[in-house]
Design a binder for this molecule. Structure first.
Ligand code: NAD
Length: 498
């Protein structure tokens, strides 16, 4: 059985804790590899390596640090397809979707290539007599990233590329469900010229995370995952004096106005609701048609499309989505569907009995569509993270603005309309961090920031874009007087630039 260790000090090392996790093939349910689960001592070894590498890496000029990013982009092109296949084999998403996962990560690396410009400071000549005032950014030291299973290429890259480009050294704790791609990313960075110890990967579970949260040598932590863990990491990390940003779960609504292009809205809901089996933090899980006529038309158009979804293993190029990542998640999704039925929502498409010949032990589930979902139901309040779309009928536009605004989560939201006034009013008033207008999955590009509100995001700064540079650096401000010889005697009042 293949064994996946850790990546410390520039090379893969075997796990020493004696604890391992199973990495499944989600299409067959078989264990395909064992991943080492790091002990506190192994995490500390990674921290020591990262700390030792920091001074020299921070001293490398930003243009040279950018060159490593450029080289990495070049190297990854040679194995793009292999990497995408590896990603699909552990996650279960389609080959095309895995390529998209990698591509979105590479776009953050491209952003990080601009680090010489992004880290430029400010300078005010003559702020006082012979006095210049300037500020610049310096890296923090050892920083860490804890990432979820659902984007095993994009999110590790989104965390480590800006951090490393800023001159920090990095410890990545990827998801134990699909650790192979993050390990390969670390190898490629070394091949691209990153010095040993600058990027380390420790595989593991809570033990590996806790070891980082409480260690004073780790200066900042970026987390992406479910909200309960995000809250725990935010509270523990900040209590230990760290800079922390955590991005959590979601319940993304898509408002469909009566004037919307209905076919376009249906296409958008099918892609955003069921793509990647709904295992996306920006998946649309709630459709909000406004008015009875819009709702009836929408549901009638959605039913055959959900029934017609093609589901199978990622190796089949014809499929729309693959299996869920684990049996545990499959059972959880099934429980949510049962609870929706019990609470009185109308399950108009029931995918629970979906079976695929030859893949009876795979984590497959057919697309499910609920109508008449009410805001007090569990399937509305909680994140399901499966191919389940809930239709919540709004009587008017005001109710449609209120629903996502009052929901606990506030990651993404979209409105489909042909009316500019409505779209503008909605984008201004809705209490959600990322908004799409006739665009169902409004994930900002890497040069803008990405982050949700309310229980979807904890901390002050978002990820990637300019916020990433702020998060991974601290600002130093210098007041300098040249020539230095002016004799003024001792000043007992606060200095001013009179
Ligand atoms: P998860 O919270 O189970 O795991 C995320 C990370 O936390 C993993 O590395 C895991 O090993 C670690 N972890 C798990 N339990 C822990 C514990 N008790 N203590 C410390 N660490 C722990 O999330 P997941 O199932 O891997 O990913 C799916 C979730 O991530 C969904 O809720 C999804 O919405 C969210 N997500 C959010 C965003 C965003 O940007 N907001 C992006 C992608 C995914």
């Amino acid at each position: 059985m293949r064994e996946i260790g850790h990546f410390i000090g520039g090379k893969e090392v075997k796990g020493a804790s004696g604890r391992f996790g199973d990495v499944f093939n989600p299409a067959t349910g078989e264990v395909q590899a064992k991943v080492a689960l790091a002990s506190k001592a192994e995490v500390e070894k990674a921290i020591v390596n990262a700390q030792a590498a920091f001074p020299a890496w921070a001293a490398v000029n930003p243009q040279r640090r950018a060159r490593v990013m450029f080289k990495f982009l070049e190297l990854i092109q040679d194995e793009y397809d292999d990497l995408a296949r590896l990603l699909s084999s552990e996650h279960g998403k389609t080959f095309a979707d895995s390529k998209g996962d990698i591509q979105r990560g590479l776009e953050v690396v491209e952003f990080a290539c601009g680090i010489p410009h992004l880290m430029k400071g400010e300078f005010s000549e003559g702020a006082g007599p012979g006095i210049d005032l300037y500020s610049f950014r310096q890296p923090l030291g050892v920083v860490a990233g804890i990432t979820p299973f659902n984007f095993p290429a994009m999110i590790p890259l989104l965390k480590c590329a800006p951090a490393i480009a800023c001159g920090n050294t990095f410890i990545l704790k990827p998801s134990e469900r699909d650790p192979s791609v993050p390990m390969r990313i670390a190898e490629l960075f070394i091949k691209a010229g990153l010095p040993e110890g600058v990027l380390n990967v420790v595989n593991g579970d809570k033990e590996a995370v806790d070891a980082q949260l409480t260690d004073a040598r780790v200066k900042a932590i970026g987390f992406v995952g479910s909200s309960a863990i995000a809250e725990y990491i935010y509270a523990t990390g900040t209590a230990h004096g760290k800079r922390v940003q955590c991005f959590g779960g979601a319940k993304n609504h898509m408002i469909v106005m009566p004037d919307a292009d209905m076919d376009q809205a249906v296409d958008a809901l099918i892609g955003a609701g069921y793509g990647s089996a709904g295992e996306r933090c920006m998946a649309v899980s709630v459709a909000v048609p406004v008015g009875k006529k819009t709702a009836d038309t929408l549901v009638q158009k959605l039913i055959p499309r959900v029934e017609g979804l093609k589901i199978g293993p990622a190796t089949d190029p014809q499929i729309d989505y693959g299996p869920l990542v684990t049996r545990e998640l499959l059972n959880k999704v099934r429980d949510y569907i049962d609870s929706g039925v019990k609470e009185g929502a109308k399950l108009v498409v029931d995918g629970r009995d979906f079976k695929l010949q030859g893949f009876e032990n795979g984590n497959f589930i057919g697309g499910c569509l609920f109508d008449e979902v009410k805001p007090d139901m569990k399937i509305y309040k909680e994140e399901i993270f499966g191919p389940v779309l809930s239709v919540v009928r709004a009587k008017d536009y005001e109710e449609a603005v209120r629903l996502p605004s009052e929901h606990d989560y506030g990651n993404g939201v979209a409105i489909f309309t042909r009316d500019g006034d409505t779209a503008r009013d909605f984008t201004s008033r809705v209490q959600v961090g990322m908004v799409g207008v006739n665009f169902a999955i409004p994930v900002p590009l890497s040069y803008y920031t990405f982050g949700g509100w309310k229980r979807s995001g904890f901390g002050d700064l978002n990820q990637h874009g300019p916020d990433a540079i702020r998060f991974y650096t601290k600002t130093k401000t210098v007041t300098a007087r040249w020539p230095s010889g002016t004799k003024e005697g001792a000043e007992f009042v606060i200095p001013t630039m009179r």
